[in-house]
Design a protein around this ligand. Structure first.
Ligand code: ZN
Length: 67
């Protein structure tokens, strides 16, 4: 497993340590946040779904900011 690799976004060649480059990571994060907002607004998703989504955001942020 390499530490530095290309961004996960198709067509983007920016090197990153996370799944996406900084730009696309922020876009993915914003998408995830709006998804969380939708889930919580709906009130149908169990609390664990919200917790897992928050953990995913935190994990993505941590791996993306290491370098
Ligand atoms: Zn990118």
């Amino acid at each position: 497993m390499t530490l530095i690799h290309g961004c996960g976004k198709p067509g983007c060649r920016t090197l990153t340590m996370g799944t996406f480059c900084l730009e696309h990571e922020q876009a993915a994060e914003a998408r995830l946040r709006s998804r969380i907002r939708r889930i919580s607004r709906r009130g149908r998703g169990p609390a664990i779904t919200f917790a897992v989504a928050v953990a995913a955001v935190a994990a993505g942020r941590a791996s993306g900011r290491l370098g």
